[in-house]
Design a protein around this ligand. Structure first.
Ligand SMILES: NC(=O)C1=CN([C@@H]2O[C@H](COP(=O)(O)OP(=O)(O)OC[C@H]3O[C@@H](n4cnc5c(N)ncnc54)[C@H](OP(=O)(O)O)[C@@H]3O)[C@@H](O)[C@H]2O)C=CC1
Ligand SMILES: CC(=O)[C@@H](O)[C@H](O)COP(=O)(O)O
Ligand SMILES: [Mn+2]
Length: 366
């Protein structure tokens, strides 16, 4: 029996997926790829399968097929790098198999919070999102009952420093020019609106059981400090590294072991400065809105996310302006009434479908 760690990569053709394969390419003596899935990019998946020796029956396309793959491939660790709330089924499937879940697909945890937490064993979800990986690393410095606050850092995105009026006419191309990270289209747009930071506050609450009022956001344009934990003795522990997702992905593959050379270390011989700024809530209200839906719970976070996914598409299709993204999300959230007292897969699907239709009706009426 081989002692290689068996890895299944969902969303293998995307930014997270490709970077996961980069790490495995350097460490073939530690990892074996046993499954690959994507949305539609068959050509790239075929190339990856040939390079990593993955059998044709261990390739899947689409969310439902990814779920079946996870159940069949016998992975020790499943990397969920799918984009969007379609990642929920695969996340639940991975947890049900008992595999470790290296979670980049934050949407699945946020929309399916109660369902995901009901099936996840303690420590089974290893966050790959850079801020949450940072917090997980910082949390090893003290006891949980000694933690006072989590401080989630935000780059501020490409429009940092702009007021609402200046944001009105920014273009999709400008929104995709992230100052520090090279990522897929949805998460990059969400960074520009700060919806990503809102989702990350909910993600932090769910992963680390911290009350919303003890989770702060601070703008740190350099993306070198990936987040921080403040302890009750006044000490703050920060995780510092270059903005390179290969570090949190590598930790996700074999937590808590570290993989040598996952990223280039900081160069401390060079002068550089770090800035910390308060969030401009008037220009970027998405974080406050996300905290509000997080506190409401039930299907509200799913509705927030689904409306945002529709609005992001509409923005890139030229149907709405940049400010309309969060305005649409807010309007849909304000109209929402949960379909059930207790969340189920069915009630979530119903709420998401309602949110998408409501968002699109509002978008089309413009
Ligand atoms: N990129 C990053 O640095 C970071 C990303 N994340 C999170 O990781 C996730 C992935 O982001 P990112 O890699 O940037 O996104 P990308 O858009 O680059 O990649 C998305 C991947 O998901 C696949 N996919 C899309 N739809 C489906 C579907 N219905 N079924 C199966 N697979 C599907 C795509 O396949 P195809 O190519 O065939 O369309 C692609 O492989 C997101 O949740 C994001 O928020 C979090 C932190 C950092
Ligand atoms: C790399 C990563 O984790 C992204 O989710 C990142 O957080 C985006 O940066 P900002 O949302 O801070 O602009
Ligand atoms: Mn992040």
């Amino acid at each position: 029996m081989s002692d290689l760690r068996r890895v299944c990569i969902l969303g293998s053709t995307g930014s997270i997926g490709e970077q996961t394969l980069d790490i495995i390419r350097q460490h073939r003596d530690r990892f074996d790829v046993v499954g690959l899935s994507a949305g539609s990019n068959r050509e790239r998946v075929a190339e990856q399968a040939a390079e990593f020796g993955v059998a044709a029956h261990a390739l899947a396309f689409g969310a439902v097929e990814s779920e079946a793959l996870v159940r069949a491939c016998g992975a020790d660790v499943v990397v969920n790098g799918i984009t969007g709330s379609v990642g929920l089924g695969p996340t639940l499937a991975a947890l049900e198999t008992g595999a470790s879940l290296a979670l980049a697909n934050k949407e699945s945890l946020i929309v399916g919070a109660d369902l995901v937490k009901a099936v996840a064993a303690p420590g089974q979800i290893v966050p790959v999102d850079s801020e949450h990986s940072a917090i997980a690393q910082c949390l090893t410095s003290g006891r949980r009952d000694e933690v006072r606050r989590l401080i989630v850092t935000a780059s501020g995105g490409p429009f940092r420093g702009m007021c609402r009026d200046e944001l009105r006419d920014v273009t999709p191309q400008q929104a995709l020019a992230h100052p520090t990270w090279n990522m897929g289209r949805v998460v990059t747009t969400n960074s520009a609106t700060l919806v990503n930071k809102g989702l990350e506050v909910i993600e932090a609450h769910l992963l680390f059981d911290m009350p919303y009022d003890d989770i702060d956001v601070v703008v740190h344009p350099q993306s070198i400090i990936h987040s921080m934990v403040e302890y009750h003795d006044g000490s703050t522990i920060a995780q510092v590294s270059m903005p390179d997702m290969r570090l949190p992905i590598a930790l996700g593959l074999d937590w808590p072991s570290r993989i040598p050379g996952a990223t280039a270390p900081m160069d401390w011989t060079r002068a550089h400065e770090w800035q910390f700024l308060p969030l401009d809530d008037a220009a970027f209200p998405a974080v406050t809105l996300a905290k509000h839906v997080g506190k409401l719970g039930n299907s509200y976070p799913a509705v927030f996310n689904a409306a945002n996914e529709e609005a992001v598409d509409a923005f890139h299709d030229g149907k709405i302006g940049f400010l309309d993204i969060v305005d649409t999300v807010r309007a849909v959230v304000e109209m929402h009434e949960p379909f059930a007292e207790t969340v189920t897969r069915e009630s979530l699907a119903e709420a998401e479908s309602w949110a998408r239709n409501t968002a699109n009706r509002r978008i089309d009426a413009r």
